[in-house]
Design a protein around this ligand. Structure first.
Ligand code: HEM
Length: 399
């Protein structure tokens, strides 16, 4: 690679918008190079078609233990430290594991859960209306929704939901130390392992029972992998959806004209959810790949062993695909083309649930709470600027 490289990632300073450097890179060159925190170089892919090409080309590996994989943060560089997860596996192992799960993540199943999600959302709003103290939209509303959904899917009994929510909430809390996060994760893993034991004896209609009886007991999936898969679903599923619900609420409050249109025309919520997914593209640093053979993207030859970072947020603001991409438009016609859930074999497994959760949460919140407002000025909100998935730690609101 040549040696004139920008530093990546850029420091994020804007709560809802792309850093100008990213748009400039996308418009100045199809592919550019970046220097990462460890001094290694990687290719930055910013245009929509090129990001799609990277995500669908089998010459790119997602395996974080491969030499040349472009890490963006310190702390995960030792091979032993890297967790093996669905998101960082390649075929055929990836496809085999993903196939075991797909029937649980269809649009049909997510839609079947809609009434249950609606009842939960109404209950949470009742709770906020009855609350006399300070309301935090993250802990009191946005986080309990995906946590409950993943608990229902995994088959966690109702009595243990609070245990689950408290442990998973630790990861979002601004005051949590890395020791707090790691002990919460250890407790969750021990709990999930016990749950596997319960499902061996008393199977029900849930993911863990299904994996235990279809794959673990017949010997095609070991217990540790199963427990780890459940952990991945929990982590992948709750934080991102909670962040989207919170950020989308803030974004719409900041765009009163768009919000008024939605309140008057609630049938627009499904497309509005796609537009906020596109506009915010919270998975800002998720897609890293390493080339396993020489491959051409755009006009650029990427050599075997070189790393790439595909910027979903830059692609989702590409004017070649979206007219006036930096405008929020809840009536945007082609918005379903966005790549907020990635693309290709790793495209988000949980997207159907995330969509239903966001649609129900936003529609009900804005319908039932006409006076909903931020409880602090926007400048005082604590954003997760340096995280792979953008979000906020807490959001005080008044109802
Ligand atoms: C709005 C919320 C969400 C966003 C923005 C989001 C985003 C993403 C993205 C961008 C990827 C692809 C990463 C890559 O290509 O390397 C991904 C993968 C994944 N997501 Fe989500 N996600 C969300 C919600 C969920 C939920 C609710 C679940 C589960 C219940 C989930 C489970 C997963 C899993 C398991 C993968 C890995 C799939 C694979 O590698 O085959 N996500 N997500």
């Amino acid at each position: 690679m040549p040696t004139t490289a920008v530093r990546f990632p850029f420091t994020r300073t804007r709560p809802f918008d792309l850093e100008p450097e990213i748009s400039e890179l996308r418009e100045s060159a199809s592919i550019s190079q970046a220097e990462l925190f460890d001094g290694k170089l990687a290719w930055l892919i910013t245009r929509f078609d090129d990001v799609m090409a990277v995500c669908t080309n089998p010459a790119f590996s997602s395996d974080t233990t491969k030499d040349g994989y472009p890490e963006v943060f310190e702390g995960r560089t030792s091979k032993a430290d890297k967790e093996k997860s669905l998101i960082s596996m390649d075929p055929p192992d990836h496809d085999e594991l993903r196939r075991m799960l797909t029937r649980w993540f269809t649009v049909k199943r997510a839609e079947a859960m809609r009434p249950r999600i609606q009842a939960l959302v109404d209950e949470l709003i009742d709770g906020m209306l009855a609350e006399e103290g300070r309301i935090d939209l993250v802990q009191d509303f946005a986080l309990p929704i995906p946590t409950a959904v993943i608990c229902w899917l995994l088959g966690v009994p109702e009595k243990d939901h609070l245990f689950f929510q408290e442990r998973s909430g630790t990861r979002l809390a601004v005051a949590a130390s890395s020791a707090d996060v790691s002990s919460a994760t250890t407790e969750l893993m021990a709990y999930l392992d016990d749950l596997v034991g319960v499902k061996i004896e008393q199977p029900e209609d849930d993911i863990i029972s299904d994996l235990v009886h279809q794959y673990m007991l017949p010997g095609t999936l070991d217990r540790a992998t199963l427990v780890d898969l459940a952990r991945q679903l929990l982590i992948a599923g709750h934080e991102s959806t909670a962040s989207m619900i919170t950020l989308a609420t803030m974004l719409l409050l900041e765009h009163p004209d768009q919000l008024a249109d939605l309140r008057a025309n609630p049938e627009l919520y499904p497309s509005a959810v796609e537009e906020v997914l596109r506009y915010l593209t919270i998975a800002q640093l998720l897609v890293g790949r390493v080339a396993t053979e020489d491959v051409t993207i755009g006009q650029q030859v990427i050599r075997a062993g070189e790393g790439v970072r595909a910027l979903l947020n830059a692609a989702n603001r590409d004017p070649r695909v979206f007219t006036d991409p930096d405008q929020l438009d809840v009536r945007r016609p082609n918005v379903r083309r966005h790549m907020a859930f990635g693309y290709g074999i790793h495209q988000c497994l949980g997207q159907a649930y995330a969509r239903v959760e966001m649609q129900v949460a936003l529609e009900t919140l804005f319908r039932r709470l006409p006076g909903l407002a931020l409880g602090v000025p926007l400048e005082e909100v604590s954003f997760k600027y340096e995280s792979a998935v953008h979000g906020v730690h807490a959001l005080p609101v008044t109802v």
